[in-house]
Design a protein around this ligand. Structure first.
Ligand SMILES: Nc1ncnc2c1ncn2[C@@H]1O[C@H](COS(=O)(=O)NC(=O)C[C@H](N)c2ccccc2)[C@@H](O)[C@H]1O
Length: 524
């Protein structure tokens, strides 16, 4: 049976194109800690992709059969993902940081034809019903062949699924975001077309492979003929090694969630001044606490800071330059610079388009890069891929983001929290972000997180956790509560305010609000 033909608009085609024009350019510079960087050129990458494609093809899988790939971000993993794309096999990335229970839920949901593990990982707690294999650079070992199947498809089309990334569904059950080749290629082409990546760039990727931020980094680096520099998680915890890694690889751009900067800003901010090749940093995933961002800008004054906003359901949608330095009186960052080819509308509770500055509405994204839907969950899909609120008759759907925002008079767009982060306290609507903003203004506070805890009475109590700029042994909780009482209506004043040296993070590096909610429930 001949191998399937890969059509245009395939992720594999986009990310290996530089091998034609700059074959000897370094595509990926990976180095295990302390060793010299092992570099892989675009030519070498394409050769490895081809070896994996031949090995995968020999297993007789059909277009659409899922392949779960468990690995850290590495040249071998990227080659395997691209080989999957060339054969129309949707990849489902997981990493060692994802607990067995969750990997099992993902495996049970997608029923992969093949589960491939990085030779370095070892996971015994997950049962898979079909093929299993191990891989590395120039390594391929099939432990159990996938069951034989009929191959029906002849071509991989743009509408076929490129990958499925599982995000933590608020309902607790993980939801599989299904992205087609057409959506992810359209998006990456748009971002690359906006000139965000230069071919000489060396882009550090700090997100785990199960998070689409990592796929974004891979996409813009390889799609842009630049060099990807994966940064493993254990490096992020050690400021000296993190900065040394960036310096040794002459990194020009660092991509990551805000929390990647916390340890170095806390312990060794002066080290960042030595990064003479650093030109820009892009953060995404959640708001960057402004006191921290100001400190970051002060230690790397000439570096461009970009606020990347968006959801896995469209990979992302806006990349807004942060004013450098941030004006003293600025208390929010715009997310309003949409990439070319996308547009947002704010929709009010009455379903009409909100355009008036300062009026909050829910972000609805109009874009050709929207996801196909949640894996095997038409109900959850219908809730977010909704008819165009302006005119549903032409059948276009838009992405209902679940994010609240407002415009300013100059076209700036400002995040105003998650729609589901609004809580009722004693019958009053409270926007948790507003309480966090007020606490963030308390001198000496670096960042604040406020959670709502259900009380036996049925009401809710607000509990705040603040991270001080420096250790604050004599923190006076009563004074902090008084500060809030002067700024906020009584029902918005937290019942408790605890100082913590750091906040718990999710596997994607975002603040783990769910865990804080559980801790607050126990504390109250
Ligand atoms: N810059 C922000 N300010 C404020 N809230 C934010 C922001 N970026 C996300 N978010 C929040 O995170 C949600 C999306 O979460 S997510 O689906 O896990 N995706 C991400 O976090 C990363 C996203 N796919 C991405 C990948 C690569 C580049 C840019 C963006 C958004 O709906 C927002 O609520």
């Amino acid at each position: 049976m001949a191998r399937v033909r890969e059509c245009v608009d395939n992720l594999h085609g986009l990310l290996t194109a530089p091998a034609t024009s700059v074959p000897d350019q370094v595509a990926i510079a990976e180095s295990s800690i302390g060793e010299a960087p092992a570099v892989v050129s675009y030519r070498q990458l394409v050769e490895q992709v081809e070896r994996f494609a031949v090995a995968l093809d020999a297993l007789g899988l059909d277009v659409g059969d899922r392949v779960v790939v468990e690995s850290r971000t590495s040249a071998a993993a990227i080659a395997l993902l691209l080989a999957c794309s060339a054969l129309g096999l949707p990849f489902v990335p997981v990493t060692a940081e994802v607990p067995d229970r969750r990997v099992q839920a993902i495996v049970d949901a997608v029923e992969p034809a093949l589960y491939v593990r990085d030779a370095g990982t070892d996971r015994t707690g997950v049962m898979t019903m079909d093929g299993t294999a191990r891989f590395g650079w120039n390594e391929w070992e099939v432990d159990r062949r996938p069951a034989a199947r009929v191959r029906r498809r002849r071509e991989v089309l743009a509408t076929d699924t490129a990958y499925i990334v599982f995000t933590s569904g608020t309902s607790g059950r993980p939801k599989g975001v299904v992205m087609s080749h057409r959506s992810v290629v359209t998006f990456l082409r748009a971002v690359l077309g906006d000139g965000r990546v230069l071919s000489g760039d060396r882009i550090a990727s700090t997100s785990p492979l199960h998070f689409d931020f990592a796929l974004f980094d891979i996409g813009i680096a390889l799609g842009g003929g630049a060099t990807l520099v994966p940064v493993q998680r254990e490096l992020l915890a050690s400021p000296r090694r993190f900065v040394a890694h960036l310096k040794a690889n002459r990194v020009s751009q660092v991509n990551g969630v805000p929390s990647i900067w916390r340890p170095v800003l806390r312990h060794n901010p002066e080290l960042l001044g030595g990064l003479t090749d650093l030109r820009s940093m892009l953060f995404a995933g959640e708001e960057f606490p402004l006191p921290e961002l100001r400190r970051l800008q002060s230690v790397v004054p000439g570096v461009r800071v970009v606020n990347g906003y968006g959801a896995t359901e469209s990979m992302a949608c806006s990349f807004t330059d942060v004013p450098n330095p941030l004006p003293v009186d600025a208390d929010r960052l715009s997310i309003g610079a949409l990439h070319t080819g996308a547009e947002v509308m704010l929709i009010g509770e009455d379903g009409t388009v909100v355009t008036h500055p300062g009026v909050v509405g829910e972000i609805h994204l109009r874009s050709p890069a929207l996801f196909s839907g949640y894996w095997n969950d038409p109900e959850a899909t219908a809730a977010v891929l909704v008819p165009d609120p302006v005119d549903s008759r032409h059948g276009q759907v838009v992405l209902r983001s679940g994010d609240l925002a407002c415009w300013d008079a100059e076209g700036g767009l400002y995040f105003c929290g998650r729609a589901d982060a609004q809580v009722q306290v004693r019958g009053n609507r409270v926007e948790l972000g507003e309480v966090e903003g007020t606490l963030g203004n308390l001198p000496g506070v670096d960042m604040a997180v406020v959670v709502a805890v259900a009380r036996p009475s049925g009401d809710r109590a607000l509990v705040a956790y603040v991270v001080p700029t420096r250790p604050w042994p004599d923190f006076d909780q009563a004074k902090a509560v008084e500060f809030c009482a002067r700024e906020l209506p009584a029902y918005m004043v937290p019942r408790r305010i605890d100082v913590v040296s750091e906040l718990p993070l999710t596997a994607n590096g975002k603040v783990n609000r769910e865990l804080l909610r559980r801790r607050a429930t126990a504390d109250l």
